[in-house]
Design a protein around this ligand. Structure first.
Ligand code: UDP
Length: 238
């Protein structure tokens, strides 16, 4: 099963990839490397939307496990995604790519608020739009934020760049026999509770028929490779 023709894509990067080889935070050199990938994708003629997680800085669930109020922790997590978005915007603009950050939580002196029609206009003008602060609501994830924005922006696919090169039947880090799926149905991901994206995000993509491509962002040049339908990846489809 191949991907449909892609004109507009939403690229979701987990916050963790911004750490590079660090154990926490943002490695500007690695963010610059990621920005090159994003730029290369745009140079193939695509309109590119970006969503970046916040797990390299803060996750509400982790805070709650240590006694922090979950809702407060989630707002802190959403703020972390704004920091990541600004780091990526900086890296992209240093490489000459005009970029706008739109936050689901308005913070007018830092970035634009999320306004769909305005985001459309930015894309038409060749800008990359980074959607920050997830959905703007606690108890959600940036995967769900990515699926929501992909649906709202009529993206042809959601590319999820992570540390693994696809969806496996068990955790490849612990099981050397784990098998990677070339393609897999949304329903199978949900019923087998495979940890690709959270269930809300997968269900949203299923309802809106948006294929999810899971691939490793750690391999250099992989965004362009995956968009060309080559390399190692898993496509989650109907
Ligand atoms: N978050 C939230 N609502 C959202 C998106 C994110 O509350 O719509 C919070 C949540 O605490 C989450 C954190 O922001 O743990 C960082 O996002 P996520 O865990 O999705 O980042 P990733 O794992 O992709 O780095």
């Amino acid at each position: 099963m191949a991907l449909p023709e892609i004109k507009r894509v939403l690229l979701k990067l987990s916050g963790e990839v911004l750490m590079g080889e660090q154990e926490y935070g943002i490695d500007p050199a690695y963010v610059a490397r990621l920005a090159e990938e994003v730029k290369a994708a745009q140079e193939t003629g695509l309109e590119v939307c970006l969503v970046i997680g916040g797990g390299n800085i803060f996750r509400g669930v982790a805070g709650a496990a240590r006694g922090l109020d979950r809702t407060t922790g989630d707002y802190m997590g959403m703020l972390a995604t704004v920091m990541n978005a600004l780091a990526m915007q900086n890296a992209l603009e240093q490489q000459g790519v005009p970029t706008r950050v739109q936050s689901a939580i308005p913070m007018s002196s830092v970035c634009e608020p999320y306004i769909r029609r305005r985001a459309e206009r930015h894309l038409e003008k060749g800008r990359i739009v980074i959607f920050a602060a997830g959905t703007g609501n606690p108890f959600f994830t940036t995967d769900t934020g990515a699926a929501l924005r992909a649906a709202e922006m009529n993206c042809d696919a959601l590319l999820k760049g992570t540390s693994v090169d696809g969806v496996y039947d068990s955790d490849p880090k612990h099981n050397p026999e784990a098998k990677r799926f070339e393609t897999i149905a949304y329903d199978q991901v949900l019923s087998a509770n495979l940890k690709v994206m959270d269930a809300t995000a997968v269900a949203l993509c299923r309802e809106n028929d948006i294929p999810i491509v899971v691939f490793s962002i750690r391999e250099k040049g992989n965004v362009a490779t995956v968009l060309a339908g080559e390399g190692t990846q898993t496509i989650v489809q109907k």
